[in-house]
Design a protein around this ligand. Structure first.
Ligand SMILES: [Zn+2]
Length: 261
C-alpha cells in the first residue's frame, strides 16, 4: 500500500511544554516513535520564516522570508505541497493562521481549509477541535497523500499569557487531544509527524536562545523505528522525510536529510 503522511504543527509548542501540560498523549506518542525533544528550528525563530523552511527544506537565507510578511522567492522552486502535486498525489492543508496560504503555489492543494482563531481562550481551544473535525472528515473521505494541519492557538496563548503559563500549557494539552483524535482514526498507510515551528520565552520568540530555537519532532508510524531518541534533527529534515515516505525524488535544494534509509 502506498505510504501517506500527516504533519501536525503546533505553533510555539516547546518540548518542555509537552512534558508539563498535564496531558500525556504526546509524550506517550514520542515514546512509541522516532523522536527528539531537542530538535532545532531555523533563525529567525518566527512563524512564517520557520514554516517556509519546513515547506522548502532550506534555511531562511535561501528562501528570503525573514519576517511574517510573504514575498515571492528570488530563485523559486517547489514547496513540499507543490512537489506532492507534481507527482499527481493529493496534498491538503488545514490551518488557522492566514499567512500560511502562500506556502504552496495556487493549484497545488486538493483542499485548503482556513478558519480564524476566536479571541476567547475557551472558544479558541474549541475551534481547534472544530478544525480537527474537518481534518478527520477529509482524511476519511479523500485519503490525502500529504496533509498539513496547523494549530496556532498555543502561540497566541504564549504571547497573551506568557510561555509555560497555565493557559499556554492548557493550549498544548488541547492540541494534544486534537492530535490524539487524528491518530486514533488514521488508516494503516499513514505516518504521523508532530512538530512545532519555534518555542518561546516570556511573551515572545524570534531570538537565538534555546527556549525559542528548540522544538519537538515526533515521527510515528510503521516506517519509523519506535522508541528511538534521534539526535541532531532540524526542521529542515521534515520535507526530505515526507518526500522519501511518499517515494518522491528529493529536490537538490534541500539542506536537511531524510530519517528513512
Ligand atoms: Zn508567535
Amino acid at each position: 500500500m502506498e505510504k501517506k503522511a500527516i504533519v501536525v504543527l503546533v505553533d510555539g509548542m516547546r518540548p518542555d511544554g509537552i512534558l508539563q501540560c498535564g496531558d500525556s498523549f504526546l509524550s506517550d506518542l514520542a515514546a512509541e516513535s522516532t523522536a527528539s525533544f531537542s530538535a532545532q528550528t531555523v533563525f529567525p525563530s518566527v512563524t512564517l520564516p520557520c514554516h517556509t523552511s519546513l515547506f522548502f527544506g532550506v534555511q531562511p537565507q535561501r528562501h528570503g522570508i525573514l519576517t511574517n510578511d510573504w514575498h515571492p522567492m528570488v530563485r523559486p522552486f517547489d514547496s513540499l505541497g507543490d512537489l506532492v502535486a507534481r507527482y499527481f498525489k493529493k496534498a491538503a492543508m488545514f490551518y488557522n493562521w492566514e499567512q500560511l496560504r502562500d506556502l504552496n503555489r495556487p493549484g497545488s492543494l486538493a483542499r485548503s481549509c482556513f478558519t480564524e482563531v476566536p479571541a476567547n481562550h475557551q472558544k479558541a481551544m474549541e475551534s481547534e477541535h472544530t478544525l480537527t473535525d474537518w481534518t478527520v472528515d477529509y482524511i476519511r473521505q479523500e485519503s490525502p497523500d500529504f496533509l498539513f494541519l496547523y494549530l496556532g492557538y498555543t502561540d497566541i496563548a504564549g504571547h497573551q499569557y506568557g510561555w509555560m503559563t497555565e493557559p499556554y500549557l492548557q493550549a498544548i494539552a488541547n492540541a494534544s487531544q486534537c492530535i490524539r483524535r487524528i491518530k486514533e482514526m488514521l488508516p494503516q498507510e499513514y505516518s504521523l509527524i508532530v512538530t512545532a515551528d519555534h518555542g518561546g520565552h516570556d511573551q515572545n520568540h524570534g531570538t537565538e536562545c534555546p527556549e525559542d530555537m528548540t522544538i519537538p519532532m515526533i515521527f510515528w508510524g510503521e516506517p519509523f523505528q519506535a522508541g528511538v531518541q534521534a539526535q541532531g534533527l532540524t526542521i529542515l529534515d521534515i520535507a526530505p522525510t515526507v518526500a522519501s515516505l511518499l517515494e518522491l525524488h528529493p529536490l537538490t535544494e534541500w539542506e536537511g536529510k531524510t530519517l528513512l534509509r
